[in-house]
Design a protein around this ligand. Structure first.
Ligand code: HEC
Ligand code: HEC
Ligand code: HEC
Ligand code: HEC
Ligand code: HEC
Ligand code: HEC
Ligand code: HEC
Ligand code: HEC
Length: 394
């Protein structure tokens, strides 16, 4: 039998070259350790073994345990479980252009792997290689903030953009360019989110920026309740729904005080490595207030749209369970007022609070809070127009 490497040096020379650069090549982790021995020629390529994260974890247990406890392990399940986000045609969701290209990260069942290989993108099962790119599987590459940029960027989470133009990111860039020395202090995404190499990424507020128990401030608590109603987590009476249960299972939000505080404390510890406690406490206080300010504006807008559904002025889509907009069905928005509301939720509120936490006042204020105010003014004006023309029709 011709060896894997002999034949692949001809067939896929760049893969062999990358593998030769990896620590695996010098540690006896050869092709067949990951792909098996079933495939031996060009005729039986379909027999080559699929690499799952479970395989990497067999040899890298500590990272595996951490990874399993974090949010990345859930990314795949989140899009599979929240079918509401899937009202759109599947062709858009599957494959390289859709949700999978970012959400492929995480554990999958044998059935899902089979489907991905035969009908879906056909790649991206191993998960660990989103940061340790095959076949060099490098630690150095995974340590660069650009690694996270592939997914954490753009429309609803411009985290790379915020970081790159923040004090921290700019200093990092200057260091990379050689303008500042190698030992220049400045944190990367990994320093803050993967402290001491911890693979279990998770934050206090998460992506949705809702939590339990409710904040003490009454107006803020009312706003968070309204937002959770639009997320379908609470019913119109404020009682948890079946979706609340699913969100809990997927760990989409921290739903106990301890859970939330644990992540907050972990994060603060990182800042304290370089900044004094007074500075850090005030920063987090301010950023939490930015969540509050944004919530109050968004909640007002939700109540307006909800009122239009209740009064039958805008038809409530059939698939929304309550007289509330359903933020998980973003792609369904039909009328300009609903579309505005989704922008508020998915773009401007995200910018406001993500910018505040990523020390980027430009995103927090101009792309965030300011836009939210403009949105609310426009939604209020549209509400008046819609109600006036409904009256005329009667
Ligand atoms: C005689 C040549 C030959 C030998 C020996 C060989 N391969 Fe391949 N292998 C190929 C060819 C040709 C392809 C298809 C490449 C392409 O898509 O262009 C392939 C594809 C693959 C793939 C990709 C499968 C997929 O689903 O796309 C993997 C993984 C792989 N080989 C691993 C191995 C391993 C591991 C061994 C040793 C046990 C091995 N190969 C031995 C020729 C060979
Ligand atoms: C540490 C595990 C590991 C080792 C060692 C390894 N591979 Fe892979 N290989 C992977 C992963 C992970 C993928 C991506 C699979 C996916 O996305 O479904 C992959 C994919 C491939 C592919 C498909 C083309 C591509 O890049 O998507 C080929 C061909 C391949 N490997 C050949 C080899 C050959 C030849 C060797 C030895 C020189 C080798 N592999 C060693 C993990 C490994
Ligand atoms: C058969 C065991 C085995 C498997 C399977 C395996 N590795 Fe490794 N891996 C090793 C060994 C051994 C080393 C070298 C350890 C060292 O030198 O400290 C290593 C090193 C690494 C490193 C550190 C590289 C560096 O530059 O320091 C990373 C990252 C890594 N592996 C990721 C992966 C990923 C991702 C997978 C799955 C696609 C995987 N490994 C599968 C055994 C394995
Ligand atoms: C392949 C795409 C991809 C890459 C690359 C990636 N992530 Fe993620 N990340 C995701 C997805 C998808 C989620 C959401 C998972 C979920 O909520 O189910 C996520 C979640 C997170 C979370 C949890 C946020 C929360 O809700 O609390 C943090 C923190 C995070 N990633 C940081 C990073 C860092 C740091 C890097 C780079 C070292 C990185 N990610 C690289 C796709 C990626
Ligand atoms: C460019 C990469 C990318 C694409 C494409 C993408 N997502 Fe995401 N998505 C992410 C990241 C990264 C997160 C995590 C953000 C965070 O936790 O702050 C996320 C979070 C989510 C969450 C919330 C998870 C949580 O923990 O709150 C859901 C649900 C979701 N995405 C669904 C989808 C659906 C459905 C699609 C396709 C229509 C999609 N995503 C397309 C990268 C992407
Ligand atoms: C979100 C990006 C990301 C993902 C996904 C990821 N890693 Fe890592 N990994 C890193 C970073 C960053 C480091 C370097 C940590 C440090 O600086 O100590 C690292 C380090 C490692 C190391 C080297 C540890 C050491 O001390 O030398 C191994 C081994 C490893 N990862 C394996 C894995 C395995 C296995 C998976 C999948 C279960 C995985 N990684 C998924 C980013 C990632
Ligand atoms: C200086 C530390 C720091 C750096 C650097 C940093 N973050 Fe964050 N990140 C935070 C803090 C603080 C939060 C909010 C934590 C909380 O909820 O209490 C956060 C929240 C997040 C979240 C979850 C909520 C959201 O905004 O969607 C993700 C995902 C995330 N960061 C990814 C990244 C990525 C990717 C990078 C690099 C491009 C990065 N972060 C750089 C500190 C940092
Ligand atoms: C590895 C060290 C390091 C870590 C960790 C770190 N920072 Fe920084 N930070 C710096 C440096 C250095 C500066 C630039 C100092 C300056 O602006 O005078 C800076 C600047 C800042 C600034 C801008 C201050 C100004 O004067 O404009 C803010 C805000 C900030 N950091 C917040 C945080 C927060 C919040 C965390 C934790 C989530 C954190 N930093 C973690 C090193 C760090």
């Amino acid at each position: 039998m011709q060896s894997c490497i002999d034949c692949h040096t001809k067939e896929t020379p760049s893969i062999v070259a990358e593998w030769k650069r990896s620590k695996h090549s010098t540690s006896m982790v050869s092709c067949l350790m990951c792909h098996g021995v079933q495939h031996t020629s060009a005729k039986d390529v379909d027999k080559a073994g699929t690499v799952k994260p479970e395989l990497c974890i067999m040899c890298h247990e500590p990272q595996g345990i951490q990874f399993a406890a974090g949010k990345h392990a859930m990314a795949w399940k989140a899009v599979q479980t929240l079918k509401e986000a899937h009202w759109q045609p599947m062709a858009f969701i599957e494959g390289i252009k859709g949700c999978d290209s970012c959400h492929k990260i995480g554990f999958k069942s044998e059935k899902e792997i089979h489907e991905l290989r035969t009908e879906g993108a056909g790649f991206g099962i191993a998960s660990c290689d989103v940061c340790h790119t095959r076949h060099s599987f490098s630690v150095e590459e995974a340590r660069q903030p650009q690694t996270c940029r592939v997914c954490h960027r753009g429309f609803d989470q411009p985290l790379w953009e915020m970081y790159a133009s923040s004090k921290h990111g700019i200093r990092h860039a200057l260091k990379r360019e050689g303008a500042l020395p190698e030992n220049t202090l400045t944190p990367t995404c990994q320093d803050c989110h993967m402290q001491a190499g911890d693979h279990g990424v998770k934050t206090a507020w998460g992506f949705l920026a809702v939590r339990m128990p409710m904040p003490e401030d009454k107006e803020w608590a009312a706003a968070q309740t309204t937002i959770m109603q639009a997320l379908g987590m609470l019913d119109p009476k404020g009682k948890p729904t079946p979706r609340y249960q699913r969100i809990k299972e997927l760990d989409l939000a921290r739903l106990t005080k301890e859970d939330w505080q644990k992540e907050r404390d972990r994060m603060k510890k990182t800042c304290l490595e370089c900044h004094p406690p007074v500075f850090v406490d005030r920063l987090f206080e301010n950023a939490d207030r930015m969540v509050m300010e944004s919530d109050i504006l968004l909640a007002k807008a939700i109540r307006i749209v909800s009122g239009l559904y209740k009064d039958n002025i805008v038809a409530k889509p059939w698939n929304y369970p309550y007289s509330f907009p359903d933020f998980f069905a973003v792609h369904d928005a039909r009328t300009p007022i609903e579309q505005k509301l989704y922008l508020m939720f998915l773009k401007h509120r995200m910018s406001a609070f993500q910018g505040a936490f990523h020390t980027n006042p430009d995103y927090a204020l101009w792309y965030g809070l300011f836009e939210l105010r403009v949105d609310l003014a426009e939604i209020s004006a549209l509400d008046k127009q819609l109600r006036a023309s409904a009256k005329k029709r009667k």
